[in-house]
Design a protein around this ligand. Structure first.
Ligand code: S3P
Ligand code: PEP
Length: 441
């Protein structure tokens, strides 16, 4: 049942918030917990639906998963090579990350596994994962049209190590190959032309694997993993998700008079493209304090309403802010002048076609914008955005949250047709925004 949600303009936003744990790290915490020997204790886990599907899959593959309290989980793993064949298909719901990383894990083990998901996941390309897995010896027993879920994989007796150049900048492809490489003897190498988020590499090292990362070309990296390690359980502290922090951050910038604190947000440079871009636009974002949480740098950000100006966002920045473009487009609508976001082809294959969804949403709010090849061009209105539209979210949490943020600053309310998917990544979003003085209902 769709759950329409409306956002209305009220007063300035104020207060201090902490957003939930990082989604990328939370999925990986469950997966590494499964693959390690011993018990992995996790704190700060994102308890969103996507991560809960990965937890269910870890259980189905043999892990013992305990929930001790808010964000606190323990996972007793089976070790690399010790996976149990699941009795049923694994349903990953809306989650690209969970399904693709687990394809890497299962596809390299001598078990048969069926992957499925919701109507959004069933549209997303999986050939990008199946191609390298086939090189490693995985048999694709069945697949949906064009290599989509539902699909069934059977892993080889022993996976083959490969050297793989990722055809698109994608941490999910890189991670699937590295996770499969754990089960292969010898060295598995992934070469990426543009560096993407490095949480898998960091976690491999944290769990005791032998991984060497070197620069490759101007923006890229080469990652070499020694296969068949014995991964040892290790505690994981999940820092706050910068992709979730993006929503209160942009809201505070566009709602006049706002002044908020966002506590201890992860500032991994491979996730910080939005901060860089907003600062170039003139955003008043200052760092109040810095620390380290679970091996990642974190910072408490003070964000004040700002007069933004349009900028050109270069294509090489895309991997470091790939999930933040919808909410950046909202910020750009309130800026003075034009913002051009370049090289966004990957946005077409997320939970929805985000280029099309953003264009439709902005137009519904009275903002002029265009898709020019792989660029999104937004004509900023300098603060006076009409709003009043109804936005189709297409089972996409980030589209829903972005346009609700917009509605906190538009003249007329903004409605999204379905807020249900927000629970996949940020279950407390509405309460958190209302706690800052927003009006979402
Ligand atoms: O590895 C990850 O955790 C993720 C990688 C990105 O996807 P791609 O690898 O498809 O770019 C991102 O969009 C997704 O939300 C999370
Ligand atoms: C693209 C996203 O996630 P996933 O690929 O895991 O579905 C996202 O969270 O914006």
């Amino acid at each position: 049942m769709p759950v329409p949600v409306t956002a209305r303009r009220r007063g300035p936003l104020a207060g201090s918030v902490r957003v939930p744990g990082d989604k990328s790290i939370s999925h990986r915490a469950m997966i590494f917990g499964l693959l390690a020997i011993g018990e992995t204790a996790i704190t700060g886990l994102l308890e969103g639906e996507d991560v809960m599907r990965t937890a269910d899959a870890a259980r189905a593959l043999g892990a013992i998963v305990h929930h001790d309290g808010p964000g606190a989980w323990r996972v007793r793993g089976v070790g690399v090579g010790g996976l149990r064949e699941p009795a049923d298909r694994l349903d990953f719901g809306n989650a690209g990350t969970g399904s693709r990383l687990m394809m890497g894990v299962c596809g390299a083990h001598p078990i048969t596994t069926t992957f499925d998901g919701d109507a959004s996941l069933r549209k997303r390309p999986m050939r990008r994962i199946l191609d390298p897995l086939e090189l490693m010896g995985t048999v694709i027993v069945s697949q949906g049209e064009g290599g989509r879920v539902p699909l069934t994989l059977r892993g080889p007796k022993e996976a083959l190590p490969i050297t793989y150049r990722t055809p698109v900048a994608s941490a999910q492809i890189k991670s699937a190959v590295l996770l499969a490489g754990l089960a292969a003897p010898g060295e598995t190498t992934v070469i990426e032309a543009e560096a993407t988020r490095d949480h898998t590499e960091r976690m491999l090292i944290h769990f005791g694997a032998d991984v060497v990362v070197t620069p490759e070309g101007v923006h890229g990296r080469k990652i070499v993993l020694k296969g068949q390690p014995e991964l040892q359980a290790a505690p994981i502290v999940v820092p706050a998700d910068p992709s979730s922090a993006a929503f209160p951050l942009v809201a505070a910038l566009i709602v006049p008079g706002s002044d908020i604190l966002i506590e201890s947000v992860m500032t991994n440079p491979l996730r910080s493209g939005l901060l860089t871009t907003l600062r170039e636009m003139g955003a008043d974002i200052t760092i109040e304090s810095q620390a380290n949480e679970g091996g990642e740098a974190v910072a408490t950000l003070r964000v004040r309403a700002s007069a933004l100006k349009g900028v050109v966002v270069p294509p090489e920045r895309a991997p470091s802010m790939i999930d933040e473009y919808p909410v950046l487009a909202v910020a750009a609508s309130f800026a003075t002048g034009t913002t051009r976001m370049c090289g966004l082809q990957e946005l077409r294959v997320k939970e929805s076609d985000r280029l099309a969804a953003v264009e439709a949403g902005l137009k519904a709010a009275g903002v002029t914008c265009a898709i020019e090849s792989d660029d999104l061009v937004v004509e900023g209105l300098g603060g006076a955005v009409a709003g009043g539209g109804i936005v189709a979210t297409h089972l996409d949490h980030r589209i829903a949250m972005s346009f609700l943020v917009m509605g906190l600053a538009t003249r007329k309310p903004m409605q999204v047709d379905d807020g249900a998917m927000i629970a996949t990544s940020f279950p407390s979003f509405i309460a958190l925004m209302n706690g800052l003085g927003g009006e979402l209902a």
